[in-house]
Structure formats: C-alpha cells, structure tokens
Design a protein around this ligand. Structure first.
Ligand code: ADE
Length: 260
C-alpha cells in the first residue's frame, strides 16, 4: 500500500506514521509513506502556497497551481501521467483515488477503510487555512472525506487517522491476523470486553467462563457480550446487524431499559 500525502507539513505525517505499528509496517515494506511538501511547488519566490480569497473575507486560501503541480509530481512518481486535452485542460487521473480531507466530505467509517485498503496507491490532499482554490479540487479530487462533524486546523490529522485505519487492514501489518476481522464494527457489533492477568484484581474477578477452557462456551460468551455492549453503547449499529431472534430479544431488552 502506497500512501502519497500532499501537505504543507510533511513532518507531521512522517513523524506520526513512523511510530508504533505503522512505523514497523514501513520498515517491513508493507506500507510506504510519501509525504510531499506543497510548498516545494510554490510559484512565487517566497515559497508561499496561499493567497487572499477573491471576494474578501478572513484567512488565506491555498492556491490551485502548487497543489496541481504537486499532484502531477506524485502522478509521475506513480508513473501515471495526468491527462490533458488539446487545450491543456486537466482531466482526473483515472484509477487513482485522491482523497481531500474536509469537514464537508462523507464521514469516514470502517467500510470505507476496507474499500481503500484494496487500492495500491492513494493520494491524500491536506488543506489548511480557509481551504483550497475550488478549481483544483474540482479537477483532481475523487473523494471528499471527513473524520467527523467538527473542524480541525488542517487535513493532516484526518489523513493520519485514515491511513492508520487502512494500514491495519493490510495483510501482515497486525501480527495477529484474526484481530483485524473480529474486533469492533465487523458485523456491525462492538468488540467484547477483554481481560488479562491477574485473575482477581483488587477484589474483581474475571468472568469465570474465560478460565473454563470450554471453547464453545467461550465463543457464545464473546458473541453475547458483543451484542450487549453494542446495545448499551451504540444501539444505532444494531439496525444493520445480523442477529438471531434470541440476540435481538437481549438487545431490545437493553435498549428499551436505556430509553426509560
Ligand atoms: N479538515 C478540518 N476538519 C476536518 C474534519 N473534521 N475531517 C476532515 N478534514 C478536516
């Protein structure tokens, strides 16, 4: 998986991705992070990539040309040239996803992470200030994505969130390959609670079934706990979850009680 990030702050991307599990995945060659500084493509001698907004108003707007040159540079690195028609008008590069991080986009979720994990190259466009000249986003962006209904200072943290969620789906990145598929949000259910030693902590015991060694009982307990937890914490997810009649009854009992 190759992540390409168009950003004014490449250090933010490299530092965060270079740590922990993603850092190990980079060293192992499972993922690759190519953070490209938009300022390197500035078209004035002060290396500024922003300017005042037409029509006035507060703040600065990122200019179209540095963003576009940065995009072309990445396309040539991927060895795919962006298309131009006879008048030199730009066409989107077919087949490469260019994700613009913006609170106006569709809200990121696990399903989208799975979809992106199937790509070989993904380009992220991180905005700053009051946004990016609309003409270039219109031309190069394929996906407008938000990480939630709040406004951040720039697109770097959202890009990192999305790259992290994708990376852990890349085969080999998590050493335990079962964990990527059994935890929260698979089947629209949250993950069951986890415990580790000691068996009694400050007088609190771990649920006895976990010490029983009975795999069938254990699987039933995990599933039931997932249903209970989802009903308690995120009942909205249950609408699209596939539950047995008995599980639906347990869930309905909890959600009804919580409404009272
Ligand atoms: N840029 C600023 N806020 C954002 C958000 N919530 N999601 C994605 N990009 C953003």
């Amino acid at each position: 998986m190759n992540f390409h990030v168009m950003t004014l702050f490449p250090g933010m991307i490299n530092n965060a991705m270079g740590e922990s599990i993603t850092g190990r995945a980079i060293k192992a060659g499972l993922i690759n992070v190519n953070a490209v500084d938009i300022r390197d493509f500035a078209i004035n001698k002060h290396s500024r990539a922003d300017d005042y907004p037409y029509g006035g108003g507060a703040g600065m707007v990122m200019q179209a040309e540095p963003v576009y040159l940065c995009y072309r540079h990445i396309c040539s690195q991927i060895q795919k040239k962006p298309l131009q028609d006879e008048e030199g008008i730009i066409k989107k590069e077919p087949g490469i996803r260019v994700i613009y991080l913006t609170p106006q986009g569709k809200v990121f979720n696990q399903k989208l992470a799975e979809e992106y994990a199937a790509e070989k190259d993904i380009i992220f466009l991180c905005g700053h200030y009051e946004g990016i000249d609309e003409r270039v986003t219109e031309e190069i962006v394929t996906d407008y994505v938000s990480i939630g209904d709040y406004v951040l200072t720039g697109g770097e943290l959202p890009a990192l969130v999305i790259m992290d969620a994708i990376s852990r789906l890349v085969p080999g990145v998590l050493n335990n390959c079962i964990s990527a598929s059994t935890e929260s949000f698979s089947d629209n259910l949250l993950e069951y609670p986890q415990y580790t030693r000691p068996a009694v902590w400050r007088g609190k015991e771990v649920p006895p079934v976990l010490l029983s060694g009975n795999h069938k009982k254990l699987a039933e307990w995990y599933r039931e706990q997932s249903v209970i937890r989802t009903a308690l914490m995120r009942p909205d997810l249950l609408e699209d979850a596939e539950l047995t009649q008995a599980e639906r009854k347990i869930a309905d009992g909890i959600t009804r009680k919580n409404k009272i």
